[in-house]
Write a protein that binds this ligand. Structure first.
Ligand SMILES: Cc1ncc(COP(=O)(O)O)c(C=O)c1O
Length: 419
């Protein structure tokens, strides 16, 4: 019997009826409907930081739902979990006096919110011409209209042209290229630069030495807002609560989602610096950010996110990530010597990728997906990033033995994968 479920990023003609049906999870493991166990090397989609099966998060949702499951936050309404979560997230951010705009659907909503807020800020400051947003090659900023347009992965953007206008792209690793683009456009026309501190879905690229400090300084000098897209890196994945703290970014806006709730409820947050908030919050201001979603600041999602952050703190999982950073890098390092591997990128928290050698990919374009399948057949879940690299981003609760298991299974798959 065929399925009625249309999967994201899937060829339904071949998948129909053949999906792997996951029914249960515990720690770093998930189980399918045949009872088969898989080590989740990617924390679902980079989000299940506290691991699967955390009953206390289910209980937080149930308790809030019994009390008041949902109520809107448009115009003048609020709820205790929304207020508490905003305070908590603002306090975690390395930005004094931050405000928090909660989004319902995850990172894509946060990115589109941040892009609109950046432009609204300049309008409120009387600088209407500052409208262009700049992003990087290999960037992934979600699948809403602005995020798709800011994306730097052609396969995701080309089918949808024309995209949102006034968006420019620069090389992922070249700060001088950013400055040149700002100068060519005229700084008076540029609203913001969107930057993943560690590029994620584009293939896991940690920032080149000095790159982030340079682009931050360039944005400051040209009065361009710096937006750190921390949808993946936020809430612990790089071994700091926020990568903005690890890399001393002092951003104007931070977009987050995923690790905010570890995926136990869909929710995101835009963390807004005091500078960007000021024209909207200043006593007597008539400015309004005319933006929001039905489920912005959804009480049940906020309660789950609060409980999740409490759990991360209580179990000291951010420090655990910092401790596991060299363990993961050392476990994957030998793969770099494999003839089919081009590069191993690791060393920023629990974020890594194993890139398939370019000549191997060129000679055999299907090799990446066959490796993903071979790895899954051996009981480990990974996925192919931008057609070039295998993702490793496990839950923070992963053990050193389980990290070793991921490396072993990857090696075995590379050793045996055939055409
Ligand atoms: C850096 C970044 N921004 C935005 C998004 C979009 O988030 P979502 O898929 O939750 O909408 C993602 C998703 O992976 C991401 O990695």
């Amino acid at each position: 019997m065929g399925s009625a479920l249309w999967n994201p990023f899937a060829n339904m003609a071949s998948l129909d009826g053949n999906a792997v049906t996951m029914v249960r999870g515990e720690g770093s493991w998930v189980f399918d409907d045949h009872g088969r166990a898989y080590l989740d090397a990617i924390a679902s989609l980079w989000y299940c930081n506290v691991g699967h099966g955390r009953a206390e998060l289910a209980e937080a949702a149930a308790a809030q739902m019994r009390q008041l499951a949902g109520f809107q936050a448009f115009e003048s309404f609020s709820s205790p979990p929304a207020e508490a979560l905003a305070r908590r997230v603002a306090a975690l951010a390395p930005m004094p006096g931050a405000k928090v705009f909660l989004t319902p659907g995850g990172g894509s909503d946060a990115v589109d919110t941040a892009a609109k807020l950046a432009r609204s800020y300049w309008r409120a400051m009387g600088q209407e011409s500052k409208q262009v947003t700049i992003a990087r090659q290999h960037a992934y900023h979600g699948m809403n209209a602005y995020g798709t347009s800011l994306g730097g992965i052609p396969a995701n953007t080309v089918p949808f042209v024309p995209l949102v206008s006034l968006v420019e792209h620069v090389a992922w690793d070249d700060a001088a290229a950013l400055e040149k683009t700002i100068v060519n456009l005229g700084a008076a026309n540029v609203a913001a630069f969107f930057c993943e501190p560690v590029i994620g879905a584009g293939g896991v690229y940690p920032p080149p030495e000095g790159y982030l400090a340079s682009v931050r300084e360039i944005c400051r000098r040209h009065d361009v807002l710096f937006v750190a897209d921390e949808v993946i890196t936020g809430f612990g994945r790089t071994g700091a609560w926020l990568a903005s703290e690890r890399f001393a970014l002092d951003p104007d806006l931070i977009t987050t989602a995923k690790g905010l709730s570890s995926g136990y409820a869909p929710i995101g947050a835009v963390i807004v610096s005091a500078r960007v908030a000021e024209p909207f919050w200043r006593p007597g201001s008539q400015e309004m950010f005319r933006h929001g979603y039905t489920y912005s600041a959804h009480p049940a999602s906020c309660a789950v996110a609060l409980a999740n952050l409490g759990l991360v703190e209580r179990e000291q999982l951010v420090a655990r990530v910092a401790g596991l950073e060299p363990v993961l890098a050392a476990a994957l390092a030998p793969l770099a010597g494999h003839e089919m591997v081009g590069e191993v990128r690791a060393g920023t928290g629990l974020l890594a990728a194993v890139e398939i050698a370019e000549d191997v990919r060129a000679a055999d374009p299907g090799i990446g997906q066959r490796l993903v399948a071979a790895i899954r057949d051996r009981g480990v879940i990974t996925r192919l990033l931008r057609g070039v690299a295998l993702q490793v981003s496990p839950p923070f609760v992963i053990t050193e033995d389980e990290i070793g298991q991921i490396a072993e299974v990857f090696t075995a798959a590379f050793d045996t994968v055939t055409s």
